[in-house]
Design a protein around this ligand. Sequence first.
Ligand code: ACK
Length: 839
Amino acid sequence: MGSLPFSYCFSSFILFASINLLLAADNITQEVSIQDGETLISSAQRFELGFFSPGNSTKRYLGIWYKKSPETIVWVANRNNPILDSSGVLTISENGNLVLLSKAKNIVWSSNISVKVENTVARLLDTGNFVLMDASENYRWQSFDYPSDIQLPGMKLGWNLKTGLERYLTSWKTADDPSSGDFTFRFNINYLLPELVIYRGSTKIARSGPWNGVYFGGIPTNPNLIFEMILVHNEAEFSYWYQPFNDPLVMLVKLTQSGMKQWQIWNERSNKWDLVYSAPEDVCGNYGHCGANSVCSINKTPICECLNGFESNSKFNQTSSQGCVRRLPLDCEEGDGFIKVDNVKVPDLVDVSLNESMSLKECEAKCLSNCSCKAYTDFNATGDGSGCLMWFGDLIDIRKLVENKGTQDFYLRVPASELKTNSSNGTSMDTEDKKNKGNRKLLWMIVTPILSLAVVTLGFLIHHVRRKHRRKGEDLLLFDMHLGQKSGLELTEEKKLGKNCGNEVKLPLFSFASVCAATDNFLATNKLGEGGFGTVYKGTLLKGDQIAVKRLSRRSGQGWEELKNEAMLIAKLQHKNLVRLLGCCIEQDEKILIYEYMPNKSLDFFLFDSSKRKLLDWKTRIRIIEGIAQGLLYLHEFSTMRIIHRDLKVSNILLDRDMNPKISDFGIARIFRENELQANTRRIVGTYGYMSPEYALEGIFSTKSDVFSFGVLLLEIVSGKKSTGFYQNESPNLLGYAWNMWTSDKGSELLDPELEDQSSMILLLRYVNVGLLCVQESAKDRPSMTEVVSMLMNQAAILPSPKQPAFSYVRNSRSVNSYSSKSEKCTVNNVTLTILEAR
Ligand code: ACK
């Protein structure tokens, strides 16, 4: 298809589009209705509206579904009032309402707007919203205001404060029956502290923890790179909605018939929905699982423990799952005090009071002065001390957040005697916790109610078409296949070159003269550094935009094939964690790739420099690790083809202005066909220290060889140590060192000493666990990138224990020696090397 002439593709597209237009419109009017068997299709063909029968049912419903996934019904009009035959007609009544009629013109369902509106039109939008508009295109009614069991991106859940309308999800009864089921998913706004809650009838099943737009149940609102959640609070609205960061991403949130809230992402390759997160995520996510005045910690046995100063309520069963009662009564006036309970989802907001203007100190005094006040906190949870939230009754549904991405604390009231006997933490097992700090069992963590992980972007072709830049009188030549605009000069140029950046990609072709102009003739002071295949220069375009110019050395291994490979690959990819290719230049002997400029250079510039390492604080490192994981996941699972990078290493991770990571250097990447799982090569290319054993020794590569490199990278980032050239504690390399530390329960010693934040320790252990799993000797023991991202993002996920990793044996081991002896000659400073393996 890619090699077909543009005009042919374009005319086919027009033909196809016109056929579709003939078949389906996206709107109905008073004159044009649809009946059972006919559908509306949104303009970009994303959603379809029509009649359907779910599962084995023969009843007919009017609904909206994804065009590419017709079984995914995102909205049902007459969910509680099905039509029993195929007589349904959707039309607009004389008073401007949408009405669904069955046999004998009975109204089965209506949009029910109370005032008469002339000339309304109902249109199915590409967001999946079905809107009824007046002549001025104001929405008089919209399906997004009456959700079924699915929240689509852009759909608000919560309250319209002007009309009192509450929008919430209601589960289907069964897969065959869309009528209202037992469960609802609502946006509660009690005490101005919004919370997402799942109910069965009027009983709470699970809750997110309070959300102030910044922190959500103690965790930053948008810790992942998949989508952002937006809180809306103004005079008209108190609601929230979400939006994927990458637009082509198709995702939804569904409330299942069993009361689970699921986040799903459409996988273009498998044509299936991937489940990326569900809530409640574990038993601690079940509302009040441990009963009153106790804390649920998913990584402990037993998981329920009483808050300090409390003991089990059950005389016979000494676990605290029945809830806990005070060991000693409060002194009230006799000098009670407070113990900080940190890193928890705070107790549910039942029987609370909120004062928005009080400082934390005032809050403490206020709570102390009222004997029924059991606990308090700063209500905005950002720790700036403004706002005071006090609890009066039992404290319910507290769970431990073991990670350090965000915190939420509260102060628990205890009698003076408990203050003396207890440490400053919240539960009776905390002292023991400290002892067990290095214990990897502590790795199970809490879950962020906003989930998860997986990611992605179904990116298509880069539309970076730069036109008509002029510099020093030179045309910055652009060969723009996408727009089909070719000047005579460009045509001549194309003939002369006989090539362009790649026949199948729409990538600008720069003239050598313009590249020279942008880099001041490759001035030495513009040199950014030497890469595996040539020198990289900084350049400036006429408009002032900065670029990075990779000039392949003539004697470099990267010839036309590699260049084309890299250009075509990256041009087809679009993800925020992949460096963007802006164009290329091929003239005579010159082969040049032009990238977006990354002002913070590569990760190794920071990570392995003793003074600059300090700039990489823990949160930045976590963001970098997560970003790399997301970029790699996209390459493996979510781009239009499966790509194995084959040379993932610190120097190929570039950092943008905000220290966000982008994977670069696709010179040796390989595309896998649909069902291809691994490939074999005689030409082993990669970098010592990052190559998996099966690749280094046998030339076998797969997504799992990238996972191996990712594992090495992860361990380097958390430890600040290079994977190679590492001699410490008799360990042959970083993997051996990490393994030795892990098995002797000294995993915490892996933490880069530059990172003073000791509270990151538990998360560190989790990351080390994931890193060790990635570098397992056998590829089948390594997780996929989907699993890696899930493990990193979903802290409740239970992690398998790693076995001894590859290359971690003592120095004279067969694999290390046989590998390193081959590579020693050609490996300098972690540059990409080629080993021709005799097989
Ligand atoms: O660590 P660095 O300064 O960052 O040294 C290497 C060098 O070029 C050889 O790869 C730098 N580099 C590569 N691509 C870019 C880019 N797109 N923006 C900025 N610097 C880059 C890299």
